[in-house]
Design a protein around this ligand. Structure first.
Ligand code: CTP
Ligand code: CA
Length: 226
């Protein structure tokens, strides 16, 4: 048999990654968002490129720089991210959702700056669409990977997300652990897979964590575990 010594683990594969936070507009000068920095998603993009993949990065507003060889689609809100992912997912082999997508957005974005009043104010919020769950409904052959940042009951919640979103893998991290979670350069994650098995990864840099996740995904792709 022909032995292809330089074939990289993801060569010929198209990887679609969501990253960063979303911003949900309140009025022309204000928004609701979260502490996501995009580091995990951008590390995955970098690692996937190194492993030979073609990478499309759908990113909310972040300060980290995208790898020059990634195709970057910059978005702001959850609904813009949803539209971008739906448009791109058909041509992907692997879809990885690392974005911290807002679960709620202001029911109505004011067109003019909201003036303060003397009393308290409250903001009506409405649910956003679940991008990963919708990708899970529409997928045909793609490997779908989601993330779950939890503060408690990590395994239980991660396994629920695996089923609810029809994902092939959920990367769970306990954000209460030192060295894991938002803004850090390191992560400690467990991979929960559709076949019921799990892989516990040690504390590593986000880039090393990304490489380990993608090696697992490449193995799943190779055996058609989706
Ligand atoms: N996700 C998404 N679209 C949303 C919300 C979440 O694509 N509107 C994705 C995230 O990118 C992540 C996964 O779903 O890959 C899990 O996100 P998480 O916030 O942990 O889960 P939720 O389903 O939103 O549940 P909860 O926030 O209540 O834990
Ligand atoms: Ca959420």
């Amino acid at each position: 048999a022909h032995f292809d010594a330089d074939k990289l683990p993801l060569s010929g594969k198209k990887v679609l990654i969501t990253a960063g936070p979303t911003r949900e507009r309140i009025d022309p000068v204000r928004y609701v968002s979260n502490y996501s920095t995009g580091k995990m998603g951008y590390s995955l993009a970098e690692a996937a490129l190194k492993m030979g993949a073609e990478v499309t990065l759908v990113s909310g507003p972040v300060t980290v720089t995208a790898p020059p060889n990634a195709r970057l689609i910059s978005v702001e809100s959850a609904s813009e991210m949803y539209e971008a992912v739906m448009a791109e997912m058909g041509s992907a082999n692997i879809i990885i959702g690392t974005a911290a997508v807002a679960d709620y957005k202001p029911a109505e974005a004011a067109t003019q700056k909201i003036k303060k009043q003397d009393d308290d104010m409250s903001l009506a919020m409405t649910r956003t669409k679940d991008i990963l769950a919708e990708a899970g409904k529409r997928k045909s052959g793609q490997i779908l990977v989601g993330f779950a940042a939890e503060t408690n009951n990590v395994e239980e919640y991660a396994k629920k997300k695996l089923v609810k979103k029809n994902a092939d893998m959920i990367v769970a991290n306990d954000v209460m652990k030192e060295g894991a979670g938002f803004g850090t350069d390191t992560n400690i994650v467990t991979l929960y897979k559709k076949d019921g098995t799990s892989v516990e990864l040690p504390l590593m840099s986000k880039l090393q964590t990304a490489e380990a996740i993608l090696h697992e995904v490449a193995r799943m792709e190779a055996i058609g575990a989706n």
